[in-house]
Design a protein around this ligand. Structure first.
Ligand code: URA
Length: 176
């Protein structure tokens, strides 16, 4: 299930250049969920192509993985103005599309607090839940879920960088 090309289900449509739909291999069953498209993603129409994407790609490569072999998506498909966090209402409007992307997943990884808020209903600090596996309810299934740091949160923070690397190591070792 995909949004209509002229989707107006929430106010984010007003500022978008391109809608940013999932990228990669849906048949892998491994889905990384980020927060929202940023400026570069809005311009290119692909998720994680800017600075955060370069960090993510580098970590995947270091673990012997290629971004094309998994699915990468976001809680919302359009860029929030000024890169603010997406609101609960915006995430709810986009949720049916995200649910359909997660429908056949074997593993979902939440990158950062917006993804964890949307998918787990978690409102606390990422440090409390990072890399603690849990499950989330998608349709009538409990799907394995790993909460972790957003790549942008790892730029100036060695601890979060090590944790995100650990998450990617878990994917490579246990789910490929
Ligand atoms: N940050 C995100 O959360 N998603 C993107 O697609 C790019 C940056």
């Amino acid at each position: 299930m995909r949004p209509e090309v002229d989707c107006r289900l929430c106010g984010l449509c007003d500022g978008r250049t391109n809608m940013v739909l999932p990228d990669g291999d849906p048949s892998s069953g491994i889905v990384l969920v980020g927060e929202a498209p940023g400026e570069n993603e809005d311009l290119e129409g692909r998720p994680f192509v800017g600075r955060s994407g370069k960090i993510l790609d580098g970590m995947l490569e270091d673990a012997g993985m290629d971004r094309r072999s998994i699915l990468i998506t976001n809680t919302v498909k359009c860029r929030p103005p000024g890169n603010r966090d997406p609101t609960h209402e915006e995430m709810a409007a986009c949720r049916p599309f995200l649910e359909s992307e997660l429908h056949d997943a074997r593993l979902v990884v939440g990158l950062g607090k917006s993804a964890c808020r949307d998918l787990m209903g978690f409102e606390g600090k990422m440090a409390e839940i990072v890399n603690i596996p849990t499950t989330i309810r998608i349709g009538d299934r409990d799907v394995p879920f790993i909460p972790t740091y957003h790549p942008a949160a790892t730029i100036y923070n060695k601890v979060s960088r090590a944790e995100l690397r650990r998450t990617i190591g878990i994917i490579a070792e246990d789910y490929l």
